[in-house]
Design a protein around this ligand. Structure first.
Ligand code: ADP
Length: 172
């Protein structure tokens, strides 16, 4: 069965997928950027559930329900803050993508959307982050039978073009 990898320029809260990934911070108690948008769209019960999770380590994930969102689940992951690239940032970012897919598959998720983790306030250069994202997702998707669609949800045309180019180059 082939898996569809797609790129969308969209607000991730509007996507009709089984699960969306949130680029959260380690408190899981909400923040700006995509995290703020997800909490606003999901409603206050998301924060209530997050309060009981005890935070999340960088590179790790925690799963919650998605409340008012169209998705069924939110996979919260904490990306690394960019500190120049030699402090383990690529491995930590790769771990965010890998673990998000693993936790989603455990819930039989068949479509999953990622934002461009760490590339906002956390300062990870967009192109380097996209390379990690496409490499990790491209190399593990075939392992997951239940996963039919992975969406790279970009918030700008520039990011979407980056992903489209990388996917084309890698012929995924
Ligand atoms: P981080 O702290 O991990 O850098 P940010 O939320 O600041 O997280 O940014 C991560 C990415 O999410 C950025 O590319 C930003 O443009 C994008 N983003 C912000 N809001 C949304 C949204 N509603 N839907 C999709 N992507 C978004």
């Amino acid at each position: 069965m082939s898996i569809e990898l797609s790129v969308k320029e969209a607000d991730i809260t509007t996507l009709q997928v089984d699960a969306i990934v949130n680029a959260a911070n380690s408190s899981l108690l909400g923040g700006g950027g995509v995290d703020g948008a997800i909490h606003r769209a999901a409603g206050p019960r998301l924060l209530e559930e997050c309060r009981g999770l005890g935070g999340c380590d960088v590179g790790d994930t925690k799963l919650t329900l998605a409340y008012r969102l169209k998705a069924r689940f939110v996979v919260h992951t904490v990306g690394p803050v960019w500190r120049g690239g030699s402090e383990g940032e690529p491995d930590l970012l790769a771990s965010c993508y890998r673990r998000s897919m693993a936790v989603a598959v455990k819930k039989q998720v068949s479509s999953l959307a990622f934002p461009c983790i760490s590339t906002g306030v956390y300062g990870y250069p967009a192109e380097l982050a996209a390379e990690v994202a496409v490499d990790v997702v491209g190399s593990v998707i075939s392992r997951y039978d239940s996963l039919r669609e992975v969406v790279f949800c970009c918030f700008s045309r520039g990011d979407a073009e980056l992903y489209e180019r990388l996917i084309r180059i890698r012929e995924i």
